[in-house]
Design a binder for this molecule. Structure first.
Ligand code: SF4
Length: 373
């Protein structure tokens, strides 16, 4: 029950990309110093350092911080969350921010995994997504990172408006050629409140049709597994030995610490989420108030359902005896009729003690998970 993972949220970005609904503050670099002081205040609430096996700095864009502030944040993070001997320390990065000096800061702090927000190798698609980098910057960033931090993960987006299957397959080839050990692929979603949502409403952007999205997802599975990566979670692929240890803690229903604007932590049966506004987060901590905006006590039933849903997102699925041992219940106690229905439709399959999504089930993973929750 004691968390062995921690997440720190760094909200700063140069600008907000049109599809992004993360907790981000754009164009307010003047707040960086106050943010670091606030994080220091929040971490001090822990009272004692908490040793961890995985630590993840995400955003926003942690590497948008200048080198001295990045070093300070990493120092704070690793002081309050001392790393076990073989721990994983990941930092999210944007290609445009990568400089030799920042790579040195990351390596010196013990960062052993960089998660680079690549999204595409096509300049026109990157422009459409409102990213501030182009293919040349991705390649330059990888060249600087790989010699010093060989564990490189990249994120890719498919089904951008107007994108063809051929273009996506070209992106997949480039992703493998870049030398990344871990590749995540996400279909573009139009989230309420984003400028992409508004532009779709005004018919300025068209969402890719469902059949094309399905073909693109299957192309990713076929190309990446054919290139030697293991498909281990609905959206995630890794070379052997390079799965994200941090994200697996979430998918396995483990507890975790978190700090920063909008960050969620899960300790014992309680989940708390900090205020999403960076200015409010800073103000609260400077006034000696709690940064927590929402808090809920999960019942064992809710926790078991989450464990079921996240477990099914793993390609190997759920090991039924372990699930029962950890939750005191079975998937059939929680949602028996629905599970039998999905088994009949061959969207789920049972093999020995494993319950998992089929290839058709992977395509409907999100909808199946909503039903089971
Ligand atoms: S860089 Fe990432 S976090 Fe920042 S605005 Fe763009 S999508 Fe959002």
């Amino acid at each position: 029950m004691t968390p062995r993972s921690a997440y720190l949220h760094v909200p700063f970005c140069t600008h907000r990309c049109g599809y992004c609904n993360f907790t981000v503050i754009a164009g307010r670099d003047d707040l960086m110093e106050a943010y670091i002081e606030a994080i220091e205040e929040e971490l001090a609430l822990l009272k004692t350092p908490r040793p961890v096996d995985t630590l993840f700095l995400g955003g926003g864009t942690p590497t948008h911080l200048p080198p001295d502030q990045l070093a300070k944040l990493l120092d704070l993070a690793t002081r309050w969350f001392p790393m076990a001997a073989d721990a994983e320390l990941s930092v999210e990065a944007n290609p445009i921010d990568i400089t030799p000096e920042k790579v040195d800061v990351l390596a010196a702090a013990g960062v052993n995994r960089v998660s680079l927000g690549v999204q595409s190798f096509h300049d026109a698609k990157l422009k459409l997504l409102e990213r501030d980098h182009r293919r040349a910057e991705i390649e330059a960033a990888a060249e600087q990172i790989l010699p010093k931090i060989p564990n490189l993960a990249i994120d890719m987006i498919f089904a951008a408006p107007g994108e063809t299957l051929d273009q996506w397959q070209d992106d997949l080839r480039s992703a493998v050629e870049l030398g990344a050990q871990h590749i995540s692929t996400y279909g573009l979603t139009f989230e309420k409140g984003t400028s992409f949502w508004a532009r779709r409403e005004k018919r300025q952007l068209t969402e890719a049709d469902e059949e094309l999205q399905r073909e693109m997802y299957l192309a990713a599975i076929d190309h990446l597994t054919g290139s030697g990566l293991e498909h281990y979670e609905v959206s995630n692929f890794a070379r052997p030995g390079f799965r994200s240890r941090h994200n697996q803690q979430y998918w396995l229903g483990r507890r975790y610490f978190a700090a920063g604007p909008g960050a969620s932590r899960h300790i014992d049966l309680r989940r708390e989420t900090n205020h999403r506004s960076t200015t409010t987060y800073i103000k609260r901590l400077f006034q000696g108030r709690s940064p927590v905006a929402e808090s809920e006590e999960l019942t064992p039933d809710m926790k078991a359902r989450e464990r079921l849903v996240f477990g099914l997102r793993m390609i190997r699925g759920i090991h039924l005896p372990t699930f029962q041992q950890e939750t005191g219940t079975t998937p059939w106690d929680l949602a028996g009729a629905k599970i039998d229905h999905f088994l009949d439709l061959q969207l789920l399959e049972r093999e020995g003690d494993q319950l998992r999504l089929t290839r058709d089930g992977l395509l409907l993973g999100d909808a199946i998970c909503v039903e089971l929750m």
